[in-house]
Design a protein around this ligand. Structure first.
Ligand SMILES: [Zn+2]
Length: 455
């Protein structure tokens, strides 16, 4: 490992120059005008992978191409095989006037690089590529075979990816997928993500009178859909935030003592959280810390609520309808379809006889969980500790990354989430940045990871 770590140390200046070259491509997947930039970016990446000793190629898809790059391997290699996933596409940079320097002209200030795509996700998978380069260029044997899959449609829903995985299932069959596309609480708190929440969306409409009515002429004899909707929704949660829908919590796995101990090590306080989000007081289910509430417990949220007159001044009507957009965040062992059924059955039960209830189903995704006490998670924790020189923390993520479920379903592989971003890196926002300390330590982590996973 000495040689590998030395190589990384010696070559940081060149790595940084290459990182800047990579960032200059405006690989904005959402905007058709950038189609050629995506292609050029992918072609640059293939050439770069080849230059560091990988066998790389561009794979055409119905959308933007996927780059696949493999470490050289014996014909019937018996070594373990791991996949590293990343994406070379980036979010649109707009609004441009809020950027302190142009989004595709990388700017380095102190130990930070500013550019669209620096943290999400070019810098993070480049760190993995540099670690492998160090092995290959120093003639150090890798204890495993690696395949990089770097796509160009992550920011627009990864539409071509699952077809690509299915088509190349045999070739991509692997022990685990390593993804650095999330974050850590601070450079002092390297972290392994081992769980993601799932999601279940639906839209509820209550239909009352056939048209908006004069509230003077009819008020008192006709039920009001906006009021009926408020009463309906208010019955779904108690005053402490516990969801009261029968069956909602069916199957929810309790947090283990080990996990709760890890949660307690997370930095940050409730007072800090309150200040950051600007609320008077926090709120949540009793018996859980705010970090647990935000990532290990299911939720029922109203994302949008519409009815009646929204314009200036007043309009004295009984609205004809009311609508609510709902999403539930789900935790491991909850099935989106089962939760949807429980919610729909309960709404039908409690819908007042004055209203016609209409429910439209939205998207759904299962939660994700890799046992944090398992050998792969423990190997990742050791790699983090060696690279950062600090005891890493375990983190459940409150959000969802749907591709992780695809990896599990299609390849049968678990994902290790080794995020290198910081909470203030402005992903998806103006002035996106990436810490060069995280870039360098990320390379070391990636170098140690293959040793630890293959042990
Ligand atoms: Zn993103």
């Amino acid at each position: 490992m000495e040689k590998v770590l030395d190589y990384l140390k010696q070559n940081q200046q060149r790595f940084l120059a290459e990182f800047c070259d990579y960032l200059r491509f405006a690989s904005v997947s959402a905007q058709p005008a950038h189609k050629n930039d995506l292609h050029a970016c992918a072609a640059w990446l293939v050439a770069h992978c080849q230059a560091i000793g990988l066998e790389a190629k561009l794979c055409a898809t119905a959308g933007h191409p996927i780059v696949i790059a493999k470490t050289p391997r014996a014909k019937n290699s018996q070594q373990p095989h791991y996949m590293v996933y990343g994406h070379y596409d980036v979010q649109p940079p707009e609004p441009l006037e809020l950027w302190k320097s142009p989004p595709f002209e990388p700017r380095i200030v102190g130990n930070t690089i500013y550019a669209r795509g620096s943290m999400d996700n070019k810098g993070q998978h480049l760190a993995h590529l540099k670690a492998v380069e160090a092995y290959l260029k120093t003639g150090t044997a890798l204890p495993c075979d690696l395949t990089f899959v770097i796509e160009g449609e992550e920011e627009i829903g990864s539409e071509s990816l699952s077809g690509f995985l299915k088509k190349n299932r045999r070739e991509l069959n692997c022990q685990a997928v390593v993804i650095s596309d999330t974050g850590m609480p601070s450079p002092k708190h390297p972290a392994l993500g081992y769980s993601l929440r799932g999601i279940m969306a639906l839209e509820i409409t209550l239909h009352g009178p056939a048209r908006d009515l004069h509230s003077g002429g009819f008020g008192g004899a006709v039920d009001n859909p906006a009021m009926a909707m408020s009463q309906l929704l208010a019955q779904l949660r108690d005053q402490h935030g516990r969801i009261t829908i029968p069956g909602f919590y069916d199957g929810v796995a309790p947090l283990t003592a080990y996990e709760r101990k890890e949660y307690a090590r997370l930095p940050g306080t409730d007072a800090g959280l309150k200040k950051m989000i600007g609320v008077k007081n926090l709120f949540g289910e009793r018996g859980f810390s705010s970090s647990e509430q935000r990532s290990a417990r299911p939720t029922f949220e109203i994302n949008g609520l519409t009815s009646g007159y929204q314009g200036e001044g007043s309009k004295t009507i009984i609205p004809s309808w009311a609508r609510a957009k709902i999403t539930c965040r789900l935790v491991p062992n909850q099935k989106p379809e089962a939760v949807r059924k429980a919610v729909v059955a309960h709404l039908k039960r409690i819908c007042p006889p004055t209203m016609r209830l209409e429910i439209a189903a939205g998207h759904g995704a299962e939660a994700y969980f890799v046992p944090p006490t398992g050998p792969q998670a423990q190997a990742a924790l050791r790699a983090l500790e060696k690279a950062f020189g600090r005891k890493p923390i375990l983190m459940r993520e409150g959000g969802s990354i749907p591709i992780v479920n695809q990896f599990k379903k299609i390849l049968g592989a678990d994902s290790l989430l080794l995020g290198l971003g910081l909470p203030d890196d402005n992903a998806h926002s103006p002035n996106e940045k990436f810490s060069l300390e995280c870039f360098e330590k990320g390379q070391r982590m990636a170098a140690f990871l293959w040793q630890e996973l293959s042990r």
